[in-house]
Design a protein around this ligand. Structure first.
Ligand code: SF4
Ligand code: SF4
Length: 428
């Protein structure tokens, strides 16, 4: 298999958002009548007593399918469970959707406050994995893949979005506390805070972390690109960041850890960038589980037939099909596209114009790679045309004159190949 290094990634065409020194005040989204939490596991045969329709849950209560340690979600509202249903996410991810009819006031569950008396990595994972920024704290518990380095990214990973940078700038003390918790409780030796170049001097020396500047040009902040810039290598088939001893976290996730330990309550609100049909930007704070429809209504954004809703930014976002979709712990942005402005993908063939090759930051022969991927020949694409050098930036899809959904082909191919890796290799 080829493992071509990523040369020439510095072909800046677009820059990430860099907030001005005067930070915007987010609009607080009101409490919805009902909220939906996505528990990251499939429905099983024996739910715990707290997961029954009609059960009243309290704010901050840990909800898991059974009483064994494992995936859980923390209730962000007090109220009664009115529905439990399976939900399928992207690329085969399975969830159990818990709908809660919310009450007007919060009644807090105190189990997390009690657990804070003797915080362990397991306590952090149990209560904070569904906190704003979705810290992947369960990855710290796997003795077969010990984590030696945490990379905290302080900017955002898509264009026009500035949610994460906003949290880094507005909750600096919480980020600082979160870094100390990760070092002391989880015992991670090395923590790197990667920040967009222009804001480097604002943070250097202020954290118990090594602060590194990252270019502000897209796609320098994609995790795969950051990994290459910091470690000089790429991930190959079957490898994950954790298999290399590395864990990525957003600054918002680290701030959530710091705030939780400080206040002894799990943070509930997610900061989001909302891009409306006219291209205006709104910064909002909404509790996790709030339906998108409530946010759009608060901002006065009306949807018409065939308008498109996207979770994420313009380059890597994913379309969602209902205003009932809830804000999740890792939802950094919501984009609304007017039906008349949507550029649809097509099934036209590649005309070999070479635009994708010229713009690719990983110097992949995208025009050749896509020929294999659209025929379902993912392994050949990986072996012959450097599938694993792709950092999933979406620039090739943006410039493709045939409007081919190249990024989607790439993601699907990586997903399919990951399923073929034997379990013993995954656990290496
Ligand atoms: S998404 Fe396209 S442009 Fe970006 S690295 Fe991958 S192949 Fe290259
Ligand atoms: S931009 Fe599209 S049409 Fe042009 S070479 Fe690349 S895949 Fe083919």
């Amino acid at each position: 298999m080829l493992s071509k290094p990523i040369f020439g990634y510095a072909k800046p065409k677009f820059n990430y958002e860099l907030l001005s020194t005067v930070l915007p005040q987010p609009i607080t989204i009101p409490r919805p009548a009902s909220a939906t939490l996505l528990l990251p596991r499939e429905m099983g045969p024996a739910p715990s007593s707290s997961l029954k329709i009609g059960t009243r849950v309290r704010t901050g209560q840990r909800l898991a399918w059974d009483d064994a340690p494992g995936p859980a979600v923390v209730a962000t509202f007090t109220g009664q469970i009115t529905a439990i249903a399976p939900q399928l996410g992207d690329y085969g991810r399975k969830y159990t959707a818990l709908t809660i009819a919310t009450e007007a006031r919060d009644e807090w569950d105190e189990a997390f406050a009690q657990a804070c008396a003797a915080t362990t990595p397991a306590t952090l994972a149990d209560y904070l994995s569904s906190a704003p920024g979705a810290p992947a704290l369960d990855k710290l518990l796997n003795p077969r893949k010990p984590i030696h380095t945490i990379i905290i990214y302080g900017g955002d990973t898509d264009l026009l979005v500035d949610s994460n940078l906003y949290v880094l700038k507005s909750q600096t003390a919480a980020v600082e506390k979160g870094i100390r918790v990760l070092k002391e409780t989880a015992g991670v030796e090395k923590i790197i805070l990667a920040v967009p170049g222009e804001s480097f001097q604002n943070f250097d020396g202020h954290f118990a972390a090594e602060v590194r500047a990252v270019p502000a040009s897209y796609p320098s902040a994609q995790p795969l690109m950051l990994f290459y810039q910091l470690f000089g290598r790429i991930l190959n088939q079957g490898q994950s960041f954790e298999s290399q001893g590395v864990l990525f976290m957003r600054a918002e996730a680290v701030a959530a850890i710091g705030t939780a330990l400080d206040q002894r309550r799990v943070p509930l609100e997610k900061v989001l960038t909302v891009l409306d049909k006219q291209g205006n930007k709104h910064m909002v704070a909404a509790r996790i589980g709030t339906p998108i429809g409530t946010i759009l209504k608060t901002l006065g954004i009306a949807l018409a037939d065939r308008d498109r809703l996207i979770f994420g930014g313009p380059m890597t976002g994913t379309a969602v099909y209902s205003e009932d979709q809830p804000v999740q712990a890792d939802t950094d942005a919501i984009m609304v596209q007017d039906a008349g402005q949507i550029i649809l993908s097509s099934d036209y063939p590649c005309i070999n114009c070479g635009e994708c090759v010229r713009i690719c930051p990983s110097n992949i022969a995208v025009n050749m790679l896509v020929r294999f991927l659209e025929m379902g020949q993912s392994q050949d694409g990986a072996d012959l045309y450097d599938l694993y050098s792709c950092v999933e930036c979406g620039l090739c899809s943006l410039v493709c004159v045939s409007r081919m959904p190249i990024l989607q082909y790439i993601k699907l191919a990586k997903f399919e190949l990951a399923r073929t890796v034997p379990a013993e290799e995954i656990n290496e």
